[in-house]
Write a protein that binds this ligand. Structure first.
Ligand SMILES: Nc1ncnc2c1ncn2[C@@H]1O[C@H](COP(=O)(O)OP(=O)(O)OP(=O)(O)O)[C@@H](O)[C@H]1O
Ligand SMILES: [Mg+2]
Length: 373
């Protein structure tokens, strides 16, 4: 089966173009070609179509190989460019290669054309994959930078919050208790100040509740003590009550404890997904499922809210605009899994994360380092 080849020929002589086409067909190519012989036509050809190879004569009556190369450079096109010419001196050929031509072939030695085209196509493919890898690397790097700088911001915000609560709530509560206790010091009349003791007890109870909430918000002990499913049930229940929202949780029983990194990643993804629902969705109902699926452990968080344009939000996130979606993706990937987002304006949102079902005993579980919580 001949290989399709989108070929742009820069040549004023139709017979010479036919010779090139015949040679390529003999080399098992099926060229789909366009012949141009001047600058404006060539520019139009570059703008309107994609080409696999450009083969150009060197000297044309109103155009030249050098001008064609200039045009390609100016348009930023990376397509193998071969000069096929009848008369080209060695110096001119070297100058053309310096200007960006990939090879040159004499019309009198057209047998070299097919191997040259084949080699240049392969090299162009290598260049293309390298460019894609570089772009992917740059994007990953940008996401990582955004992630770590945002992580630090979040950490600071959390620390500020904890410091304020400790100072305003617990510090003041304990100060009040201290004053009350000072009043309990032996009195000359020997009477015990019951009201102050009762007040102190109330204050201590309030302070204990504050400490408990603070520590649960930071990291629920259920996650470490009981495992993912009970921790999720407890968390969803608590958030639903706080927000006055209906959250349905359903899950297959998971008999074994999973690897802590998978449990943490899954819990934090669910936390972010639910926070997003509460912040952005305006939903009436949220469904959370935790199951064993074909791909291992599967978490689905689905809401019936207003939905959003996922591609646009992801673009904003990559530019450092927000971090929730990127963070969920990074967490899933770090735990060896993956995350899918589907949403559309007015049609709710579905976040699905899959993780390998790695048990606690199967070390090592992680792909790319530990996931801290
Ligand atoms: N369940 C949802 N329903 C509607 N819109 C959503 C939902 N989840 C995310 N979005 C949209 O996607 C955007 C990006 O979400 P992301 O979690 O990355 O950022 P954020 O919640 O705005 O900020 P943060 O970085 O603090 O999480 C949100 O600003 C919101 O517009
Ligand atoms: Mg968010």
């Amino acid at each position: 089966m001949p290989t399709a080849l989108r070929l742009l020929i820069v040549e004023d002589n139709e017979d010479d173009a036919q010779l090139i086409l015949r040679e390529l067909r003999r080399g098992d190519y099926a060229p789909d070609h366009l012949r141009v012989d001047n600058g404006p036509d060539m520019e139009r050809a570059l703008v309107t179509r994609d080409w696999d190879v450009i083969i150009s004569d060197f000297a044309l009556p109103s155009f030249s190989g050098a001008a064609a190369l200039e045009l390609i450079k100016w348009r930023g096109v990376d397509v193998p460019f071969l000069i096929v010419s009848g008369a080209i001196g060695e110096e001119t050929a070297v100058a053309a290669m310096k200007a960006g031509a990939h090879d040159y072939v004499m019309k009198s030695a057209l047998g070299r054309l097919v191997p040259a085209v084949r080699r240049e196509l392969q090299e162009a493919e290598v260049r293309r994959s390298r460019r894609q890898a570089e772009i992917a690397l740059r994007n990953a790097h940008r996401r990582l930078q955004a992630l770590s700088s945002r992580m630090m911001q979040i950490q600071e915000t959390e620390r500020r919050g904890i410091a304020r609560e400790l100072h305003d709530e617990i510090g003041q509560a304990l100060t009040a208790v201290k004053i009350n206790l000072q009043a309990l010091l032996p009195r000359s009349d020997g009477l015990r100040p019951v009201a102050q003791i009762e007040d102190s007890l109330r204050i201590v109870e309030g302070a204990l509740e504050q400490v408990r909430n603070l520590s649960l918000d930071l990291r629920p002990s259920q996650l470490d003590d009981l495992g993912l499913q009970p921790a999720l049930r407890w968390y969803l229940d608590r958030q639903a009550r706080r927000a006055g929202l209906s959250v349905q949780f359903s899950g297959d029983p998971l008999p074994e404890r999973l690897h802590p990194d998978v449990e943490t990643a899954c819990f934090r993804i669910c936390q972010e997904a639910l926070t997003n629902v509460l912040r952005h969705a305006g939903a009436k109902r949220v469904g959370v499922e935790l199951r064993r699926g074909d791909e291992g452990l599967e978490l689905v968080v689905e809401d019936d809210g207003k939905g959003f344009d996922v591609a646009a939000a992801q673009q904003r996130a990559t530019a450092g605009g927000s971090l929730g979606l990127v963070g969920m993706q990074e967490r899933a990937a770090l735990a060896g899994g993956r995350l899918e987002l589907s949403s559309a304006q007015g049609r709710g949102t579905r976040v699905r994360a899959c993780f390998p079902l790695t048990l606690y005993t199967d070390e090592p579980a992680l792909h790319g380092g530990r996931v801290g919580a």
